[in-house]
Design a protein around this ligand. Structure first.
Ligand SMILES: [Zn+2]
Length: 357
């Protein structure tokens, strides 16, 4: 049984805060929800929810290597979003919010949890425990098609990571044929730290539509309590992440196709961080972990790191486009073209998200 509403658990001050907010899948979602009715959904006892919150938060701290004291010192918080419940099982998303205004972005994981003898066992995305528990979980919690996507993603991740790593089979996250500006070259999901898995992109100077689209088909998840942060798990072994979205979908394992609408670029920071101008902070993951963009071909462009985070470039055939330049989205095309269309280059007019103080 899946909740149609969202059960949010505040992790601060030891207080348990429950609130039902937007439906699990917004009307603007590109596909109908694959959820069952809320009628008859069992209410989970507050004590069990509190235990779930603590268990998932502990798993996140362990995975991130951060202590609760370190989080508290930067006013970061674990958010646990239990989106579905079935019997003794729970599934959802969880994030560690970024410090407001800091050079960071929220990091999060899908989770699956099972209550055994009153204790929650938690599997975070990308771990063997997650794969094992997802496979074993009731179909009412994670249906067979979604399980297949997780299995495909795990099976294809090693292939994607090795010989054919350049061929991501991913498009850039905006309409094919549009050219958007690189307003921040390869940098970390959380700013300076490696791997430099992320880029900042936006429509500029009347070009394009501000519409952020799915880079490939897969299952989409809503990571933050207040939206604006979407993750897509792709069958081909990659996972892509999109932050600073406005007018966004609120997916809960929703199937998406390449080019489906996710949201609009904006400066929203619903899970902390910073954004100095409208853009999408677009990141690449494999097996639940961020991986460098360098050498990867996305949308027909192969990314190159610079000497420092936020510099770097994109290459296509004999053309190199640096920060401030425009790159056309060629979709999933992976071969470089001998005579690419020239891309106009402009000076960067606005700093990207995480360079902004
Ligand atoms: Zn960024």
């Amino acid at each position: 049984m899946r909740f149609r509403g969202r059960l949010w658990i505040g992790a601060t001050a030891g207080a348990l805060v429950l609130a039902t907010i937007a439906p699990a899948v917004a009307a603007s979602s590109p596909t109908p929800p694959s959820t069952s009715s809320a009628s008859g959904a069992p209410a989970t006892a507050p004590a069990a929810q509190a235990g779930l919150e603590k268990a998932v938060a502990a798993a996140m701290l362990s995975r991130s290597g951060l202590s609760s004291a370190a989080l508290a010192s930067k006013k970061q918080q674990p958010q646990v979003n239990a989106q579905r419940q079935s019997g003794m099982w729970s599934f959802g998303t969880s994030v560690i919010t970024a410090a407001q205004g800091d050079h960071t972005a929220p990091e999060g994981w899908l989770f699956v949890a099972e209550s055994v003898n009153g204790q929650w066992k938690v599997g975070l995305e990308g771990t063997p425990a997650f794969a094992e528990m997802i496979a074993r979980s009731p179909d009412a919690l994670v249906d067979r098609a979604e399980k297949q996507t997780f299995a495909n993603n795990a099976r294809n991740a090693p292939k994607a990571a090795t010989a054919l790593q350049a061929r991501t089979g991913l498009a850039l996250p905006y309409p094919q044929g549009e050219s958007w500006a690189i307003i921040g070259g390869p940098h970390g999901w959380s700013g300076q730290p490696r791997p430099w898995s992320s880029i900042d992109l936006n429509k500029t100077f009347g070009r394009g539509s501000y519409r952020v689209l799915a880079a490939q088909s897969g299952r989409a998840y809503d990571m933050c309590r207040n939206g604006g942060h979407v993750r897509i798990v792709h069958d081909n072994g990659w996972t892509t992440e999109y932050y600073h979205l406005a007018n966004e979908i609120r997916p809960n394992g929703t199937p998406v196709k390449m080019g489906d609408y996710l949201g609009m670029t904006s400066t929203r920071i619903p899970c902390g961080g910073s954004a100095g101008s409208n853009h999408v902070h677009f990141g690449l993951k494999q097996g639940g972990s961020f991986v460098p963009l360098a050498g990867k071909t996305i949308g027909g462009w192969t990314f190159v790191e610079g000497s420092r985070a936020y510099s770097g470039s994109a290459r296509r055939g004999g053309t190199t486009v640096g920060v401030g330049g425009f790159i056309q989205n060629y979709g999933t095309e992976t071969t470089t073209q001998p005579n690419p269309e020239p891309s106009p280059t402009v000076s960067p007019s606005t700093p990207p998200c995480s360079q902004e103080k």
